[in-house]
Design a protein around this ligand. Structure first.
Ligand SMILES: *Cc1c(COP(=O)(O)O)cnc(C)c1O
Length: 454
C-alpha cells in the first residue's frame, strides 16, 4: 500500500486502505488515486479531513436530493430515534411505515395502491421480478418465466437485478451466473439513425418491442424499463412517447410493466416521477436512492390492487409472496423518507429546479460544438456530455486510456466531485445547488475535458 503524502500511515485514508474493500473500485488504483476521507457534509458540500471541500456534483451516487444533513430530515431522524429504531415488519407495523405507504400511494401515478418495502435498489428490483413471476404462477400461468429488458439498461448488481442489466462492465464477468432476459433495443436518443426524427426512432424501437412481444408474450412476465434516463448505462435519454407506447404494448400483450425509478424518481427528471411525463401507471414502480433524501438505505415497490389480489387467499393456497429482508421498512429510514416527501410538499422544489436546470443547460451550450464532444443532453436535473475522440464519427477513446479519470482527478484538484461513467461526464447535483455552484461544476468539467482530450 502506498505511503504517499496523501496517505500518511496514521491517516483515515491509510487506515481505510488497509481494511476496507470499496464498491465499484479496482483497489490497486488507490496506489495513485487519493482516497478522500470525508469528515462532514453540509448542503452540496463535502468536507475532507485535510480541510479541503468538494462539491458533490453527483449527489453521492444520485441518492442525495436536498443536500446533505437537511435540517428537516436531521430533526425528524433525531425525533424518530427517541421513539423507535427498528422492528421486524412481519406481524408488526409502525407509524412511519404506514404513513410513508400512504404518502407514496398519494403521490405516485394513479392506480398504485400497495407498497412493499425492501432496503436497497437492487432488492426492490428482485422484489418486482419475483412478484411479477409469482403473480402469473398464482394465476396458473407457469410458462411466464422470462423478462424483457432494454439494451443499455441497469437495474442493480445482485444476481437477479444484474440479469436484467445490459451494461457489459457490470454484467459480462458474472454472465455464467445470470438468467438471460430478452433484449429489446433502447429508445436511447443518442442511437438515432442519421436523419431519423425522434418520433420515427420511438416508432422503430416500439416496433422491435412489438415483434418481441408478438413472439414471446406467452413466456414473458414483465418488461422492465428505466423511464426517461438510463442512468448507469451512460445517462442515455429517451422520449416520453416511448413509455406511453410501451404501456400500450404491455396492455395489448398482457404483460407487466416494471418502472425502475430508483435513479430518476423524486424530481430528477423535472417531475416527481418520470412516468408522469408519459401519463402512465406501471404495474410495479421501484423506488430507492432519493427516497430518504440520501440519508438511509430504503426501497419500495408500489403495485396495483389487482396484483396484490392474486396473492391474497387462504394460507393453505400457498399463494403468499415470500420475500423478506431483515431491515425491511426500517423505521428510521421510513421517517427520513417522510421528511423528504414533506419537503416536496411544502417547498416549490420542482419549480425552483427549473431555474437551475435552465441555467445548467445554458452553460453546457459551450460544449455543444466542442471537437471532442459528440452529444450534450439533459432531462431536468440530469445532464451529460459524451466525450469522444472524433466528434464526426463518434469514435470513442479506448477504454484503457481512462481519459475520463483525468476529468475526475482534475475535479478533485478544483474541489468538485465528478465521477464519469465511461467517457460520459455527467451532472446530477442536489437541488440545493446554487447558480454559482453550477457554474463551478461546469467550468471544472470543461477544464477537465480539455485536459483529458489533450
Ligand atoms: C442504483 C440503481 C439500482 C440499484 O440500486 P442499489 O441501491 O445500488 O442496489 C437499480 N436501478 C437503477 C436505475 C439504479 O440507478
Amino acid at each position: 500500500m502506498s505511503n504517499s503524502p496523501d496517505h500518511p500511515k496514521s491517516s483515515l485514508s491509510a487506515r481505510d486502505l488497509a481494511v476496507v474493500w470499496h464498491p465499484c473500485t479496482q483497489m490497486h488504483d488507490h496506489e495513485t488515486i487519493p482516497m478522500l476521507a470525508i469528515e462532514r457534509a453540509e448542503g452540496a458540500w463535502l468536507q475532507a479531513s485535510d480541510g479541503r471541500r468538494y462539491l458533490d456534483a453527483v449527489s453521492s451516487w444520485w441518492t442525495n436530493v436536498f443536500g446533505h444533513r437537511h435540517p428537516r430530515i436531521v430533526a425528524g431522524l433525531k425525533d424518530q430515534l427517541d421513539r423507535l429504531d427498528h422492528i421486524m415488519l412481519a406481524g408488526m407495523t409502525h407509524e412511519p411505515a404506514v404513513a410513508l405507504a400512504e404518502q407514496l400511494i398519494r403521490l405516485a401515478p394513479p392506480g398504485l395502491s400497495r407498497v412493499f418495502y425492501a432496503d436497497n435498489g437492487s432488492s426492490a428490483i428482485e422484489v418486482a421480478l419475483k412478484m411479477s413471476f409469482h403473480y402469473w404462477r398464482n394465476l396458473g400461468r407457469r410458462q411466464r418465466t422470462r423478462f424483457i429488458a432494454l439494451t443499455g439498461s441497469y437495474h442493480g448488481e445482485t444476481i437477479g437485478a444484474l440479469s436484467v442489466t445490459d451494461v457489459p462492465l457490470y454484467r459480462n464477468t458474472y454472465a455464467p451466473l445470470l438468467f438471460e432476459p430478452l433484449l429489446a433495443p433502447s429508445p436511447d436518443a443518442y442511437l438515432r439513425a442519421s436523419g431519423e426524427t425522434s418520433s420515427q426512432h420511438v416508432a422503430r424501437t416500439l416496433g422491435k418491442m412489438r415483434d418481441l412481444l408478438a413472439k414471446h408474450a406467452q413466456e414473458v412476465a414483465a418488461v422492465i424499463v428505466e423511464p426517461l434516463v438510463q442512468c448507469a448505462g451512460g445517462m442515455r435519454m429517451h422520449d416520453a412517447a416511448y413509455l406511453a407506447g410501451l404501456r400500450r404494448l404491455c396492455d395489448e400483450f398482457d404483460v407487466h410493466l416494471i418502472a425502475d425509478e430508483i435513479a430518476v424518481g423524486f424530481g430528477r427528471t423535472g417531475t416527481l416521477f418520470a412516468c408522469e411525463q408519459a401519463a402512465i401507471t406501471p404495474d410495479f414502480l421501484c423506488l430507492s436512492k432519493g427516497l430518504t433524501g440520501g440519508t438511509l438505505p430504503l426501497s419500495a415497490v408500489l403495485t396495483t390492487s389487482a396484483i396484490h389480489a392474486a396473492f391474497y387467499a387462504e394460507y393453505s393456497s400457498g399463494k403468499a409472496f415470500l420475500h423478506s429482508h431483515s431491515y425491511t421498512g426500517n423505521a428510521l429510514a421510513c421517517r427520513a423518507a417522510l421528511e423528504t416527501i414533506a419537503i416536496f410538499n411544502d417547498e416549490p422544489v420542482l419549480v425552483a429546479n427549473r431555474t437551475l436546470s435552465t441555467h445548467l443547460a445554458a452553460r453546457l451550450e459551450a460544449l455543444r460544438d466542442h471537437p471532442h464532444v459528440s452529444d450534450v443532453r439533459q432531462t431536468g436535473m440530469i445532464a451529460a456530455v459524451e466525450m469522444v475522440r472524433n466528434r464526426a464519427t463518434r469514435e470513442e477513446f479506448p477504454a484503457n486510456e481512462r481519459r475520463a479519470l483525468r476529468v475526475y482527478l482534475h475535479g478533485l484538484t478544483r474541489g468538485v466531485i465528478l465521477r464519469p461513467l465511461g467517457n460520459v461526464i455527467y451532472f446530477m447535483p442536489p437541488y440545493c445547488v446554487t447558480i454559482d455552484e453550477i457554474d463551478l461544476m461546469v467550468d471544472v468539467a470543461i477544464e477537465g475535458i480539455e485536459r483529458a482530450v489533450a
